[in-house]
Design a protein around this ligand. Structure first.
Ligand code: NAD
Ligand code: MG
Length: 404
C-alpha cells in the first residue's frame, strides 16, 4: 500500500477548509493533514489540530500564536506565525497536495509558493488566479505543478473536457473539438429582484445563498455576480480560452455545475447535488474517484432544470470582469482589490449593494493599469486599488451620513 498523501490546507477554518477536512477524515489511509492555517478563528483551528494532529499550524501573528500554543499543550503540532510561514508550509518537501482555500488576495503568495514547489494544487482561491493569471500559469508550467480546479464550475468543466492532463494551451480545446464552455451560475439570492429593490438589500439577505453554504465574501460575490465574473476570468486562464468562448448560463437549481459543447453537437454536463465535497474529493483522488459522503442525486426530487441568460444591466459586475480581462495587465487585480474592499464595506453597512459595482467601475476607470508580468506590479496595483477604494468608501459614507 502506498503511504497516505500529505496535505497542506491553507484556510482550514473556512467553508472549503471544513469540507476538505471532512474528506480527509473519511480516508485516513489515503490522506493525512500535514499542515493547516487559520486566520481569526483560533479556537476552531485548535479543534482541527486536536482532531487531525498536523505537524504544523499557522496563525497570522504572535498574539494568536501564544493562544494557539496554549490550547495545543501536549500535542506535537508546531505553531508557526506570519505570512512567510504560509509559504513555508505550502512548499514543504513533505507535502504532496496543497489545498488553496484562503479567501481573497491574501491567498496569492502561499498558492504561488506551492506552484513554485511543483505541488499538486487544489485551487479554490480564484482571486489568486484572477490577479496574476499569466504569471501564475507560467509558473505552473515552468515548475511542473499540477493545478486542479475545485471551484465547482471549473471542476465540472475539467470533468467534461477530453483527458488532456492538467495543462492546456490555446490550441488544446479547439483541437479536441470543443466549441464552447457553458459556465453555469445560480443567479444568487437576488436573481429575480428589480434594480430598484437591489438598492435596498441587506448583508443578511446577500449572504443567504439559495443553494450553497459558503464564506461571506463569496456569498456576496454570488449575489452581485462578481463571482461569475471572477470565474469567467479563472476559466480563461485555466483552460487557455477567451471570454467569447464562454457562455454564462443562469441555472437556478445548481444541479448542472457547468458544461462543454463540442463541434458535433454534443453537450457534456457534470451534475450532482451542490456540495463542495464532490470537487474537492475529485481533486484529491484524480484521476481516480473516492467516496465524498455526498447525497446521491435524485432526479425525480430535482424534477426540473431551468436556464436563462445573465442580466448584465442589473448585475454589472459580470460585465466589469469581462472588461477587466480584455483590458489585460493589472486590470483584473485592480478589479479584484476594489471588489474585496467594496464587499467588506457592504458587510459593514458603510455602502449599499449597488455601490459594489459602482466602486469597482470607478477603480477600473481611475487607476493606471500596468503590465502584469511581475509580481511587484501586481501587488503594487492591488495596493493602489485598495487605497483608492477605502478613500471612495469613506467619502461615500460621509456624504450619505450628511444626507440623512
Ligand atoms: P471562508 O471565509 O469560509 O474561509 C476563508 C479562509 O481563509 C479561512 O480559513 C480564513 O481563516 C482564511 N483567511 C481569511 N483571511 C485571511 C488572511 N488575510 N490571511 C490568511 N488567511 C485568511 O471562505 P470560503 O467560502 O471557504 O472560500 C475560500 C476560497 O474558496 C475563496 O477564494 C472562494 O472564492 C473559494 N470558493 C469557495 C467555495 C465555497 O463553496 N465556499 C466555492 C468555490 C470557491
Ligand atoms: Mg464556483
Amino acid at each position: 500500500m502506498t503511504a497516505a498523501k500529505q496535505i497542506c490546507l491553507l484556510g482550514g477554518t473556512g467553508s472549503i477548509g471544513s469540507s476538505t477536512l471532512d474528506i480527509i477524515a473519511r480516508h485516513p489511509e489515503h490522506y493525512r493533514l500535514f499542515a493547516v492555517s487559520g486566520f481569526s478563528r483560533v479556537a476552531e483551528l485548535a479543534t482541527i489540530c486536536r482532531r487531525h494532529e498536523p505537524e504544523y499550524a499557522v496563525v497570522p501573528d504572535e498574539s494568536a500564536g501564544v493562544i494557539l500554543r496554549e490550547a495545543l499543550q501536549g500535542l506535537n503540532t508546531r505553531v508557526l506565525t506570519g505570512d512567510d510561514a504560509l509559504q513555508q508550509i505550502a512548499s514543504a518537501s513533505e507535502v504532496d497536495i496543497v489545498v488553496a482555500a484562503i479567501v481573497g488576495a491574501a491567498g496569492l503568495l502561499p498558492a504561488l509558493a506551492a506552484v513554485r514547489a511543483g505541488k499538486r494544487i487544489l485551487l479554490a482561491n480564484k482571486e489568486a488566479l484572477v490577479m496574476s493569471g499569466q504569471l501564475f500559469m507560467d509558473e505552473v508550467r515552468a515548475n511542473g505543478a499540477e493545478l486542479l480546479p475545485i471551484d465547482s464550475e471549473h471542476n465540472a468543466i475539467f470533468q467534461c473536457l477530453p483527458e488532456l492532463g492538467t495543462r492546456f494551451d490555446s490550441a488544446s480545446l479547439p483541437q479536441h473539438g470543443v466549441q464552447q464552455i457553458l459556465l453555469t451560475a445560480s443567479g444568487g439570492p437576488f436573481r429575480t429582484f428589480s434594480a430598484q429593490t437591489l438598492e435596498k438589500v441587506t448583508p443578511e439577505q446577500a449572504v443567504a445563498h439559495p443553494n450553497w453554504s459558503m464564506g461571506q465574501k463569496i456569498s456576496v460575490d454570488s449575489a452581485t455576480l462578481m463571482n461569475k465574473g471572477l470565474e469567467l476570468i479563472e476559466a480563461c486562464w485555466l483552460f487557455a480560452v477567451q471570454p467569447d468562448q464562454i457562455q454564462v448560463v443562469v441555472h437556478p437549481q445548481s444541479i448542472i455545475h457547468s458544461m462543454v459543447s463540442y463541434q458535433d453537437g454534443s453537450v457534456i454536463a457534470q451534475m450532482g447535488n451542490p456540495d463542495m465535497r464532490t470537487p474537492i474529493a475529485y481533486g484529491l483522488a484524480w484521476p481516480e474517484r473516492i467516496d465524498a459522503g455526498v447525497k446521491p442525486l435524485d432526479l425525480f426530487e430535482v424534477a426540473r432544470l431551468d436556464f436563462e441568460p445573465a442580466d448584465e444591466q442589473r448585475f454589472a459586475c459580470l460585465r466589469l470582469a469581462k472588461d477587466a480581462f480584455c483590458r489585460g495587465g493589472t486590470a483584473p487585480a485592480i478589479l479584484n482589490a476594489a471588489n474585496e474592499v467594496a464587499v467588506q464595506a457592504f458587510l459593514q453597512r458603510r455602502i449599499g449593494f449597488m455601490q459594489i459595482p459602482q466602486l469597482c467601475e470607478q477603480a477600473l476607470n481611475s487607476l493606471e493599469i500596468h503590465s502584469a508580468e511581475t509580481l511587484e506590479h501586481i501587488l503594487q496595483d492591488d495596493q493602489a486599488a485598495r487605497v483608492f477604494s477605502e478613500h471612495w468608501v469613506e467619502q461615500f459614507s460621509s456624504v450619505s451620513i450628511k444626507a440623512q
